[in-house]
Design a protein around this ligand. Sequence first.
Ligand code: MG
Length: 281
Amino acid sequence: MRILLLAVLAAALAAQQSAKRNPAPEAGDDKRGYTDTPQIPGQTWKVHDAARPRPPRMTPGLPLPSAPPPADAVQLFNGKDLSQWVNVMRGGTAQEPKWRVENGYMEIVPHTGRLVTKEKFGDCQLHVEWMVPVGSEGAGQGRGNSGIELMGRYEIQILESFENVTYADGQAASIYGQWPPRVNVSRPQGEWNAFDIFFEAPVFERGKLEGETPAKPAFVTVLHNGVMVHHRQEILGAAVHRRVAGYKAHGPEEPLSLQDHGRPVRFRNVWIRRLKAYDTR
Ligand code: MG
């Protein structure tokens, strides 16, 4: 009897702690989601749905050592310079990027613009390590926001999601506005996270109009800190805020970009492998 009582007390305490870590959204609190957005096609939920359950928290394994890239990878950031990147201004003018490079990482200098690769990529394997620096403030989408923009448009979200609560389809490792990660394996501020992304580019038929469904949509598999959080998930289109994502035709290869959302986020050990070369195996 006493053991049963203790178990009930422990469960109640755990539920209380869980509720404290992941509080339910309050009405009008758009930091934690929305109630007036459109339905996501094929899903139960609306875009950035405040009521969508947050993925369960899970502690990943020990931090992975930052291994050097495989021999066939394009090293996009080696800890020393931004030679693989440009900053593209509105209107398409390219200029030298202004992100800070120090101590083996690069850090977003807020509002200087996103980083865009000089080379273009389609089907790929991408490795990125990222960290939200200690002392990052803000709430919801305002803390540690950046993102991996595959082909410059399909976003795997970067955010401080260890403590910070936001809508499920906008937290770290989400396919922004579409799919939350299966589990939340975020590490806290000041610790490195790793994404390993396996991406299949969409295929467009020649002459297709804007907004049309591609002949083959994009698919993505994502490991966050070594844990699978998306498995060949179909992407619904380019990332958008408060709207249903859609496709707009583009080339078979496009530059990769890292988002500047006005918050300092650090990156290191960024490399990418092209996969098309192996399609004849
Ligand atoms: Mg973002």
